[in-house]
Design a protein around this ligand. Structure first.
Ligand SMILES: Nc1ncnc2c1ncn2[C@@H]1O[C@H](COP(=O)(O)OP(=O)(O)OP(=O)(O)O)[C@@H](O)[C@H]1O
Ligand SMILES: O=C(O)C(=O)C[C@H](O)[C@H](O)CO
Length: 316
């Protein structure tokens, strides 16, 4: 297995208006784990999504959606509880506002025994996130179990902290980050979105330092249009510029496309810097589509976008 993603795929109801006013929603399928798995599979890597969906129509549709995008769905199983969903609209400032319908969902009941069914010891790269750890105590334990098992077997763990205040408190999320850090080959905090609440800093270099101090072996601090600060991994810190998207249709899932693509390219043998550059291109393409999976970069698109840029390091 090249990449294994553990998390909760969700039915997504999106509207261009604030949730307090919107009355027409578009159905799609998203959730950070699904967005990342779809982006990873598009690279050509063998990617599995490990989750529980509800025994309902949306569960069926999520499995079909993932399979149609090349994701190995053998570990997308049906569990007790319903399939999770969320509505996303624009708040008055234009920022995205989420309303979750996922409490008690099938995925939130996952625990270590569920992830242990998947071939953790034969996985090159495991991708897990703070969203998954925030779903429930059993999910937090499942994330740690999977990370430690993959790390112990010689695989690499990518952890995207993805802080969501509606799911968890900052202290709890910071504790989850701290617990998993020593098992992670790469952490991908966004700055300031994750770094401010979890690490108490809005500074990219300090964010990187804080993750390395906690035990992560490398850090890719994502900074939206400002690109990525890459640190650790035996090389000097380096700023990797963002790839400008042709248009920004919707920001949902850019960070997930980034993390999924980096995980896949690492599994396929890319050095860290190349994998991160590929991630910035995949994220730019993601911004051009509606929802988390509306536009998924092909390997050719990634190469074309990177070729169009001036390669080479930029001082941090
Ligand atoms: N406006 C933008 N222009 C170009 N690239 C962008 C832009 N926004 C995001 N990206 C790319 O996506 C990567 C991840 O974005 P960001 O730092 O916003 O992560 P995030 O907050 O985790 O995203 P998400 O909204 O998926 O949770 C960035 O490092 C960058 O490469
Ligand atoms: O917030 C969540 O839990 C989601 O997974 C919904 C979105 O797809 C995700 O936040 C995008 O990064």
């Amino acid at each position: 297995m090249d990449v294994m993603v553990v998390g909760e795929p969700l039915a997504e109801f999106s509207a261009p208006a604030p949730l307090t006013e919107a009355d027409a929603f578009r159905l799609s399928f998203s959730g950070d784990a699904l967005n990342a798995a779809v982006a990873a599979a598009a690279t050509g890597a063998h990617v599995a999504l490990v989750t529980l969906v509800g025994n309902d129509e949306f569960g069926e549709r999520l499995i079909a959606f993932a399979a149609a995008r090349g994701v190995d769905t053998r570990w997308m199983l049906k569990g007790d509880g319903s399939t999770g969903a969320y509505a996303v609209g624009a708040d008055p400032s234009g920022e995205r506002a989420f309303a979750y319908m996922r409490s008690g969902s099938a995925a939130s009941r996952m625990g270590p025994a569920d992830v242990a069914r998947a071939p953790l010891a034969e996985t090159a790269v495991l991708l897990v996130s703070g969203i998954t750890a925030a779903l429930s105590e059993s999910c937090a334990a499942a994330v740690l179990h999977a990370a430690r098992a993959v790390d112990a077997a010689g695989g690499r763990v990518v952890y995207d902290p993805n802080y969501r205040a509606r799911l968890t408190g900052a202290e709890e999320a910071a504790a989850a980050l701290e617990a998993i850090a020593p098992a992670t080959a790469l952490m991908t905090p966004s700055c300031p979105g994750d770094s401010l609440p979890l690490l108490g800093t809005g500074d990219p270099a300090e964010t990187a330092r804080a993750c390395l101090e906690r035990g992560a072996r490398a850090v890719a601090v994502t900074r939206g249009a400002h690109g990525v600060l890459l640190a650790g991994g035996g090389a000097a810190p380096e700023r990797i510029p963002a790839v400008p998207p042709a248009a920004i249709v919707d920001q949902t899932g850019a960070g997930d496309a980034f993390a999924g693509t980096v995980a896949a390219r690492l599994a396929l043998g890319d050095p860290l810097r190349d994998a991160v550059r590929a991630g910035t291109a995949a994220a730019a393409v993601n911004l051009e589509g509606q929802g988390g999976t509306g536009r998924v970069a092909t390997p050719r698109e990634i190469e074309r976008l990177l070729d169009a840029r001036t390669p080479g390091p930029v001082a941090p």
